[in-house]
Ligand binder design. Structure first.
Ligand SMILES: [Zn+2]
Length: 131
């Protein structure tokens, strides 16, 4: 399924592994893995033991490791999960095109309404592009 960066539509399987949240910003592990574990903001924070209490619409919160007052969209070892237009891969952190970054920023930081937990471990499909 192709991703249209001018919409807020997400590719199939773009869902939090833990709580099933979808149609919102998701994070993936930093690095290259054959399986991509997608988590929402809150599940990412829990898994990384981070306080994202002041996370905003851009997915940024006050960092506990950068300088005072600096904000980041990295949650511990998790970074924004930004699919390619073809929807079968994720951009590496240094190669994200501007329209793709804007698409992710436009997604709600948290899912609205209720979502269903998937029950079984759910893995996102695809691969991460090399730099
Ligand atoms: Zn979640």
């Amino acid at each position: 399924m192709r991703v249209n960066y001018s919409t807020t539509e997400v590719p199939a399987g773009y869902k939090c592994t833990e709580c099933g949240a979808t149609n919102c910003k998701l994070w993936r592990e930093y690095g290259f893995f054959s399986k991509i574990l997608l988590l929402c903001a809150d599940c990412s924070a829990k898994s990384q033991n981070k306080d994202i209490g002041d996370i905003d619409a851009d997915g940024k919160y006050t960092s506990d490791i950068l300088g005072p007052g600096l904000r980041t969209n990295l949650i511990g070892f998790r970074m924004p999960a930004i699919p390619t237009e073809a929807g079968d891969a994720y951009w590496s952190c240094t190669s994200v095109p501007q329209p793709a970054m804007e698409w992710w920023r436009r997604l709600p930081t948290r899912a609205t309404g209720t979502s269903n937990a998937l029950g079984d471990q759910h893995w996102g499909t695809g691969r991460i592009l090399p730099d």
